[in-house]
Design a binder for this molecule. Structure first.
Ligand code: DON
Length: 304
């Protein structure tokens, strides 16, 4: 007898253990209900299975980074993007000043310094607001619905964005981009404040796993070689300094965000997402990691 998939998802969620702390460096995130918990799987035919607090919306945060990297690669081409941002794991925390000592490029697009530089690559001549709109529209195409911004989280993060501001000035000082650093941080922070639920994230992950075609709308959002590049960088850099633990124990390309979301993409097969706000010291959702370990073990998702 097989367990129906929604019952299986409930069982996995119920058996995750609750420790860790919600993010507090963005004051508005500290107000999140720490007990929220949800998961969704999106299959290659667009079928979605979900369980838990599936209607709860939360800010995408760093999970936006691979998708904006995809938009930058699609718009500007590999040469331009790789000239500005590397693809090496930094081995440092997500908000470090991770510049390659030889080239002065940010080490990769998944850490804040690289994601800020990536944001600047989208529509470089446009105004701050036009650039953000291109990012919002692009992420919406990945999700298959129009996404909007949590203005309270945006304002809260901008009030304490001293670290990201300094990272942006650092990249600007080595000609990583030519725009006003404050405009770029504002746009990047709005990008992180886009609201999603677990189903959106599962569809977004499946679009990458589906070689760039949204499995629901059937829109080609990015080219196949762009999706491949993004999944490759997620594999080595997506879980920050826990990337090695993640790759050995779960074994699929993934990305986490400080609001508590995690996505995983198994090429050709499934996009998965878990949401639970309590984080481990690295900044990854505690129950999210546990749920993905179960998914990987139970469903044989490990790539190797
Ligand atoms: O820039 C920041 O610090 C946040 N907007 C995003 C950081 C983040 O999600 C790190 N992930 N675990």
């Amino acid at each position: 007898m097989h367990t129906p998939i929604p019952d299986y998802l409930h069982e996995v969620l119920e058996n995750t253990r609750d420790d860790g702390e919600v993010a507090t460096y963005i004051p508005e995130l500290a107000r999140a209900n720490p007990d929220l918990l949800a998961s969704a799987l999106c299959m290659s035919d667009g079928k979605i299975y979900a369980a838990g607090d599936i209607h709860e919306r939360f800010t995408i945060q760093s999970i936006s980074k691979p998708f904006v990297y995809a938009l930058a690669l699609q718009e500007r081409g590999f040469e331009t993007v790789l000239d500005k941002i590397g693809v090496e794991p930094s081995g440092e925390s997500f908000n470090s000043a991770s510049l390659d000592p030889r080239t002065q490029r940010p080490e990769n697009p998944m850490v804040n310094i690289g994601a800020i530089a990536t944001h600047a690559l989208v529509r470089p001549e446009a105004s701050r607001d036009e650039r953000f709109e291109a990012v919002r529209a692009g992420l919406s195409a990945f999700a298959g619905r129009e996404l909007d911004v949590d203005e309270a989280v945006y304002a809260s993060e901008m009030g304490t964005a001293f670290r990201n501001m300094s990272l942006a000035y650092l990249v600007r000082s080595v000609d990583g981009f030519t725009q006003d650093p404050a405009d770029i941080v504002e746009g990047y922070t709005r990008q992180c404040s886009i609201l999603v639920d677990v189903r959106d994230l599962a569809v977004m992950a499946m679009t990458l796993a589906n070689a760039g075609i949204n499995p629901i709308t059937q829109e080609r959002v990015v080219d196949e070689h762009v999706a491949q590049q993004v999944l490759s960088v997620m594999t080595t850099c997506g879980m920050y300094d826990a990337a090695g633990d993640w790759m050995t124990q779960v074994g699929i390309p993934a990305k986490s965000g400080v609001a508590g979301g995690i996505i995983g993409a198994l090429p050709g097969q499934v996009g998965a997402a878990v949401f639970s706000p309590r984080l481990d010291p690295v900044g990854n959702s505690v129950r999210g990691v546990q749920a993905f370990e179960r998914f990987s073990g139970d469903m044989g998702m490990h790539l190797l």
